[in-house]
Design a protein around this ligand. Sequence first.
Ligand SMILES: C[S@@+](CC[C@H](N)C(=O)[O-])C[C@H]1O[C@@H](n2cnc3c(N)ncnc32)[C@H](O)[C@@H]1O
Length: 451
Amino acid sequence: MRKSKEYEFNIVETEFPHQGIAYHEGRKVNIKHGLPGQKVLARVSKKNSNKIEAKITKILEDVDYKIKTDCGAFGDCGGCSHQDVPYEKQLALKEEQVLKLFKDADITEFDFLGIESSPDLFNYRNKMEFTFGDLEKGGELTLGMHMKGRSFGIVTVDDCRIVDEDFRAILSTVLEYFRGKELPYYRIMSHQGYLRNLVVRKGINTGEILINIVTTSQIEFNYEELVELLKETEYKGELTGIIHTFNDSLSDVVQADRIEVLYGREFIYEKLLGMNFKINPLSFFQTNTRGAEKLYSIVRDFIDETESKVVFDLYCGTGTIGQIVAPKAKKVVGIELIEEAVKDAIENAKLNGLDNCEFIAGDIAKVIYDVKDKPDIIILDPPRPGVHPKALDYVLKFNAPSIVYVSCNPKTLVEDLKAITANGYKVEKVKAMDMFPHTPHVETVVRIEKK
Ligand SMILES: C[S@@+](CC[C@H](N)C(=O)[O-])C[C@H]1O[C@@H](n2cnc3c(N)ncnc32)[C@H](O)[C@@H]1O
């Protein structure tokens, strides 16, 4: 098998994150977005002694369960991978992928409680980060998502189905407005240009909407006209803020050198399981609100008893999980890297009438060492790379009787579980939860007990 050449493959199974798996002359080949049962023509894009990857160029024989999708950008947009697969099948594939990772890591003999569905299959996202660009070099301005399988090229997603109609209205208004102004979009390679991102956040349970226009500081621009246009737009929810974020960083992530409030306030409130949460533009917040209520209920069930216990909420964001378990606990200690999120967490605890929560800002690997409380339960909810080995060492030194691990990446989860189980713990139960229908992502909650 040679790199850049096309071969025929029969896809027999899938692996996280939605990789079709085929075998060729005894070697495993990973085929992005392939489905078991498909016969495809695919070009080998990577080949070394560990891994072979190929990209589908043509589907020769398709599966018979595909369905029609309503999204005009599906297929071109890099956001959703499987809107054309029935939801029950999506869930079955995700469940299989999570279980395979546990089996390959030799983590067995736990109760597997299946996969929970997302309460909403469409219109579920409470945050979306759109990018300015063009579809073809020099083409008209686009605003949306990176194109599937391409490093450049932005496809306009004014028809996106995983956000609600308020997001679609805002995107269309902003795009049309800037098309008329002929402002250059920011080019990641040359670092030149102005328009970078449009970030929309909406409290699904409160209806509050925050619009965030992210640009470089290379051009001075007056936003009065656009603010009026956005205020006049009709929304199902309520527009509570418009902000302008200046971001001159060279990387492709949304960060803020400076924020200017153009209208209203720079944060929104959201309600989860009867509690109130203030969300700052830079704070992490679960992107599927009603899914988060289900996810946090699973976490609460996995903890079962918090009466007079000390709970550590590590990687706590705006303090959501900790506060949901705080009413019965003796004390909650939350640690989070983003200072603004910690400020929100402290304010949120007050808002929710809780006086037994302490939130600490800092890198867990650095600040956990100074925490004097002794935890009965540790909740871990790290970002995709998992728990840093140094932080995990400290976590294990606390010798807590129970750990509940909430993960958005089952690959790094099983790696961390190998280290945790090698230190006298046992995986008791596991439940997957689909927070991101139509995409390859899945959350997994694990309860771990000291042996
Ligand atoms: C998956 S989010 C979970 C947030 C929160 N538990 C929730 O459900 O909303 C992971 C969080 O870890 C934070 N984080 C990332 N690296 C960190 C580190 N080294 N130390 C502390 N927090 C970190 C991120 O800012 C983010 O808020």
